[in-house]
Write a protein that binds this ligand. Structure first.
Ligand SMILES: Nc1nc2c(ncn2[C@@H]2O[C@H](COP(=O)(O)OP(=O)(O)OP(=O)(O)O)[C@@H](O)[C@H]2O)c(=O)[nH]1
Ligand SMILES: [Mg+2]
Length: 442
């Protein structure tokens, strides 16, 4: 497919030409030309009427299959442009959806993409109906009024069906997540701009292969891998990449995927450190915006500056500093900012940070565990080690173990015949209250 791209920049909206070209390439277009304009939005055509004439000439000359805007078009602008140019018009979000469509593998991802596309079509179809009633001949994609009406009905029906199916998939996922959580796993979600290196990082962490490619939106399905962090069991989930101003309809459609972020104990926000600071800043803010929409900003967030193998040490340090500064400016609290190279497996800083943050999670607490029968000590130690961390042990008539333990496992430890009490900050034991919020295991 051959396309002409159009970018209109204004004071309010600055779009990256490189990113737009990258999107076009990812969608598989041959780019014949890019038309750029700096002006405020024209209500009728988005670009100005003079630019439209220029575009018309270019379409005549180059005969592309489509004209694709880097901007978001209103339904009426899309319609007006189509009327003037008589060629398929797409905007930024249709382009993103087209890429998503290509990449979706799982049934869930396919359904989510379809839902988003249908949702996007509704206002366009409605606009076509309105125009027909005003006397325009051609309706949506050349359909007449009756057909267009039927088509709208069909869209709504299909959307209902998809939502039902997605509900079922979601329920299924919920059950799995509960199981994992009960098994003592800590859930870490990898989030971040598309192409930051999330899948590569997941591979490096778990030593398994998830498709990672130098193109945008490689991952649309969530992939979950387990790994061990010392004694702690972690489940890390890869998610669909973010992009500037990910529109609400896409966030909505991909909610069950992005929900892995909502349900995570820790969010690992991955950034590509090899880009200029302006780009990192833009992508960092866009990512924070999505996290805000997901109400995930309250979670512990670790920023991982990835691809440090491509830059100088001093440059990396400077970018770490700038991230801290920007977060502070925006009133966002981060747990840590670490430098990593997912490709080269340089993950030490990240591992340290994770270790620290995991033990601060509400699901962990410091406990004193007393085991009276010596023969039970090894089993109790093994259980603690599988979900927590031993701080100190004192052997004697009774064995006293101070440890970080997941509060959900307290019941399990009691069942083994051990006494357990929560440690307060001064390291003194406190009687356990039954209503402290942990379940009794079983
Ligand atoms: N040099 C270098 N390249 C990296 C590193 N991590 C990832 N990459 C490359 O960056 C590109 C994107 O990596 P992915 O892991 O697919 O990125 P992603 O964030 O999962 O992308 P989407 O799934 O599209 O959101 C690939 O070409 C990777 O090989 C790194 O630490 N160093
Ligand atoms: Mg990926």
């Amino acid at each position: 497919m051959r396309a002409i791209g159009v970018i209109r920049n204004s004071r309010r909206e600055r779009l990256s030409r490189a990113e737009f070209e990258e999107l076009l390439r990812s969608a598989g277009y041959e780019v014949l030309a890019i038309v750029e304009q700096n002006r405020e939005e024209h209500p009728r055509y988005n670009i100005g009427p003079g630019k439209l004439e220029e575009l018309k000439e270019l379409v005549k000359e180059l005969k592309p299959d489509k004209v694709i805007f880097a901007n978001r078009l209103t339904p009426s602008q899309a319609y007006n442009l189509w009327k003037e140019l008589r060629i398929e018009i797409m905007d930024r979000w249709q382009l993103v959806l087209e890429i998503f469509e290509k990449r979706a593998h799982s049934k869930e991802a396919k359904l989510q993409v379809e839902l988003a596309s249908l949702q996007y079509e509704i206002p366009l179809v409605k606009e076509a109906i309105r125009r027909i009633r005003l006397g325009d001949r051609a309706g949506f994609k050349g359909m007449g009024e009756y057909q267009t009406q039927q088509y709208l009905k069909h869209i709504r029906y299909r959307m209902g069906k998809i939502r039902d199916e997605l509900e079922r998939v979601k329920a299924d996922r919920e059950v799995k997540r509960k199981k994992r959580e009960n098994a003592g796993f800590v859930l870490v979600a990898l989030a971040g701009y598309t192409n930051a290196g999330k899948s590569t990082l997941l591979n490096a962490l778990a030593d398994e292969n998830v498709e990672a490619k130098n193109q945008m939106f490689t991952t649309l399905d969530t992939t979950t891998r387990r790994f061990r962090l010392g004694t702690k069991r972690i489940l890390a989930t890869d998610t669909v990449g973010f992009i500037d101003g990910l529109p609400p309809f896409i966030v909505e459609a991909f909610h069950s995927t992005l929900e892995e972020i909502v349900k995570a104990d820790i969010v690992l926000l991955v950034l590509d450190s090899s880009e200029p600071w302006g780009e990192i800043r833009r992508k960092f803010l866009a990512s924070l915006q999505v996290l805000r929409e997901l109400k995930a900003l309250e979670k512990p967030i670790i920023v991982a500056l990835n691809k440090i193998d491509l830059i100088e040490e001093a440059d990396a340090e400077e970018k770490v500093r700038l991230i801290w500064e920007l977060a502070r400016e925006r009133g966002i609290s981060l747990e840590d900012v670490v430098k990593i190279s997912a490709r080269e497996g340089r993950l030490e800083e990240l591992m340290d940070a994770l270790n620290r943050v995991v033990l601060k999670l509400p699901k962990y607490g410091a406990f004193r565990i007393i085991v009276k029968e010596p023969e039970k000590v090894p089993a109790v130690m093994a259980l603690i080690n599988s979900v927590g961390e031993v701080l100190s042990v004192e052997y004697g008539e009774k064995t006293r173990i101070d440890a970080y333990v997941q509060t959900g496992m307290v019941g399990e430890i009691k069942k083994m015949g051990a006494e357990i009490e929560r440690l307060n900050h001064s390291g003194e034991g406190e009687e356990l209250e039954q209503d402290e919020g942990y379940s009794d295991g079983g």
